[in-house]
Design a protein around this ligand. Structure first.
Ligand SMILES: [Zn+2]
Length: 272
């Protein structure tokens, strides 16, 4: 699933690609991805409006339209945005569900093989329930605030930092990577971390996210950049998806356990 670095990459690429462009047509191949309003109203709300601004909040992309409304796009598991697509409705990557055609003839495709993606037209994106519930992003707080947030939290540290209501933008992949870099065992109760560990973890969360953005994110399953190219941060992964392989830092093997229902990769020698 695309996490903060992948969605931020798409946001930056869309900014370069479609700002100020006018949508002249919308082709819907599968209306299941349109959550609100109904298909006909959705199309009508997009025709002949310009793209004013692109915003990202958590994993949500928000496109501000010249009509004052917002088109929100949640990629979920397998969503992709591809631009420019060459043939309307038949992007070469994966099943195209919705295509947006601009006045210059160029096309933006929304592809989604598993149909979990969500497109909406709303008056106020801030009022969407899952947005209201989001915790702060790592870049919106400092180490002191992060440490204070961990106080009295008995939840296992990895499960807690993946809780979007606690802190938003860290999914499974980057939680594993940040904990390895901070040398912290993912099973530790959050409030058992020392002050030094809390500070180091916060630093590593930010650096791993920043580095991942720099390399266009991690293309591990379906995620690709707007150009259709892969994000290459996966080559810097230390533990994610490396069960049984040698730890790059010691002679131990990377282990996999399940925490909070998610595959958790760590080195029990390096992470205490
Ligand atoms: Zn190790």
């Amino acid at each position: 699933m695309p996490e903060l670095p992948e969605v931020e990459t798409i946001k930056r690429e869309l900014e370069k690609a479609i700002i100020n462009k006018k949508i002249v047509d919308v082709i819907v191949n599968n209306p299941k991805v349109i959550r609100e309003p109904k298909k006909d109203k959705f199309i009508k709300a997009l025709k002949n409006v310009k793209i004013k601004k692109i915003i990202r909040k958590g994993k949500l992309l928000i496109i501000e339209l010249s009509s004052g409304k917002f088109l929100t796009i949640h990629l979920k598991m397998t969503g992709q945005l591809i631009y420019p697509s060459t043939t309307l409705g038949t992007s070469p990557q994966k099943a195209t569900r919705v295509s947006f055609k601009f006045s210059d003839g160029k096309i933006l495709d929304f592809n989604d093989t598993r149909l979990f993606g969500e497109l909406r037209i709303v008056d106020h994106w801030q009022n969407l329930k899952f947005i209201e519930e989001l915790g702060p992003e790592p870049f919106e707080i400092d180490a002191k605030k992060f440490s204070a947030m961990l106080k009295n939290r008995k939840t296992k540290i990895k499960v807690l930092i993946m809780d979007q209501k606690f802190i938003s933008g860290i999914g499974n992949l980057y939680a594993n990577e940040a904990l390895f870099r901070a040398k912290i065992d993912p099973r530790k109760p959050a409030d058992s971390l020392s002050d030094k560990e809390k500070e180091l973890l916060f630093k590593k969360i930010k650096s791993v996210l920043q580095q991942a953005i720099k390399y266009g994110g991690s293309s591990v399953v379906d995620y690709v950049r707007v150009s259709g190219k892969k994000g290459i941060y996966a080559k810097f992964h230390q533990v994610y998806d490396r069960e049984g392989e040698k730890c790059y830092k010691c002679k131990g093997k990377v282990k996999r356990i399940v925490l909070g229902g998610r595959g958790t990769y760590f080195c029990s020698v390096c992470q205490k």
